[in-house]
Design a binder for this molecule. Structure first.
Ligand SMILES: [Cu+2]
Length: 152
């Protein structure tokens, strides 16, 4: 009888651990905006290349790549579209809130798919993140790999 209650306790602990683990994995899924995006959609930086060195004091072009969804200007609510945001020297922002607008988070609300950028000498990171008509990332969020470039 003693053995059986010890087993029951061990089992209930295991169930609790599993539930906690499930909650931990489920939590990040809630961190996305209300606008759906196609599951296979992805963004990529077509230029510059990861690890590339660019000349200082000279603007360079950044190409915004996007597959399996479309670009629409800010304020336009149309299925499977959004507009680009270029993240400079920062990590991804919260995925369930409006993307900040500052010099590290540039919005391309006219539907641009490229830009000219000039950065001070040094090591920099670039990453694209799509936002919906209200500048909130989609569900699932659509973002590129973060690339590193060198300006000198
Ligand atoms: Cu925006």
């Amino acid at each position: 009888m003693k053995k059986r209650s010890a087993d029951a306790l061990a089992l209930s602990r295991a169930i609790l651990a599993a539930a906690t683990l499930a909650a931990a994995f489920a939590a990040p899924c809630a961190l996305a905006g209300p606008t759906p995006a196609p599951a296979n959609a992805y963004a990529y930086i077509g230029y510059p290349n990861n690890g590339q060195t660019l000349p200082a004091g000279k603007p360079f072009k950044v190409w915004f790549g996007l597959r399996y969804m479309g670009v629409a200007p800010r304020g336009v609510k149309f299925p499977n579209t959004g507009h680009h945001h270029l993240l400079i020297d920062v990590d991804l922002p919260p995925m369930d809130q409006e993307i900040p607008s500052d010099r590290n988070h540039l919005h391309y609300g006219a539907g641009e798919t490229e830009t000219m950028l000039e950065l001070p000498p040094g090591k920099h990171t670039l990453q694209l993140l799509m936002g919906d008509d209200k500048h909130i990332p989609h569900n699932p969020p659509v973002y590129s790999k973060k690339i590193t470039i060198y300006v000198k």
